[in-house]
Design a protein around this ligand. Structure first.
Ligand code: ADP
Ligand code: ADP
Length: 229
């Protein structure tokens, strides 16, 4: 089945005039798929990610995540969906600066009401899994950019979400670190997590099974990559 269904979605912003950020977009993310979205600045990539991430609702059409139509959910139900089914990875990491790597990685589990011991064990396992077993008590400022992004990946994986949404995850790290981050995402996908990745770098997008090309709020091409199979 599909983890995400986007059906004839239009998103307009009223800002003096009307800006059509997405114009009749339809796409599906099959279970365990790995999809990249590419396109120039202003083509609607972030808008698409925000809708699939249940951070916003469409002007028309339907966005279904894990069989739930996000337009019919209340704000708190959407927050619940984000907290339990979705993992977010951002270009700027978005870690809590006063919390250690371990505390950052446990945050989604606090929200999901896991008990303290299970939270610690899960977060420690994940940090070991991303190669940070010897850094769990460090603060973000004591970690390199790549290490921070690994903490963010561990945090995103904490609840074993159905879908990982990654917005330019390699945008703030050097090429080699970026490759390591992409290896982790590929491994995560092999473990069964569905991934939607937004990037403007072709080299990064090619790590996905499928590249969706966007221009001016529409999908202009869907490309199957060599990574498929
Ligand atoms: P991308 O991520 O590809 O750069 P966006 O989805 O951010 O594209 O933007 C698509 C279009 O929607 C752009 O014209 C942008 O200016 C507009 N837009 C995005 N978010 C808003 C907003 N909150 N208010 C008004 N216009 C917006
Ligand atoms: P195991 O061999 O038991 O999977 P790991 O150290 O590889 O041990 O992983 C520990 C925990 O972290 C497991 O629950 C595993 O599911 C999770 N994990 C580690 N790395 C990843 C990853 N890249 N993607 C998803 N889950 C991961």
């Amino acid at each position: 089945g599909a983890v995400v269904r986007v059906q004839n979605v239009t998103k307009e912003y009223e800002l003096g005039g009307t800006v059509t950020a997405l114009d009749d977009v339809t796409l599906e993310l099959p279970e365990s798929s790995y999809t990249a979205v590419m396109g120039p600045s202003g083509s609607g990539k972030s808008t698409l990610l925000n809708l699939i991430g249940a951070l916003d609702t469409p002007t028309s059409g339907n966005v279904t995540v894990d069989s739930r139509n996000i337009s019919t959910l209340s704000e708190s139900e959407r927050a619940q969906l984000r907290g339990t089914q979705l993992g977010f990875i951002f270009q700027t990491f978005n870690l809590m600066t006063r919390l250690t790597a371990l505390e950052n990685a446990t945050l989604p589990l606090v929200f999901a009401e896991w008990d303290r011991t299970q939270r610690q064990t899960r977060a420690q396992d994940l940090l070991e899994g991303v190669g940070l077993g010897d850094r769990i008590h460090h603060l973000p400022r004591e970690l390199s950019g790549g290490q921070r992004q690994r903490v963010a990946i561990a945090r995103a994986l904490a609840t074993d979400p159905t879908l990982i949404l990654a917005d330019e995850p390699t945008g703030n790290v050097d090429t080699e670190t970026g490759n390591e981050i992409m290896e982790l995402l590929a491994e995560t996908n092999k473990r069964g997590n569905t991934i939607l990745l937004v990037t403007h770098e072709r080299r990064i997008a090619e790590r996905a099974d499928r590249i969706i090309h966007m221009t001016d709020g529409t999908i202009t091409r869907v490309e199957e990559t060599e990574a498929t199979a």
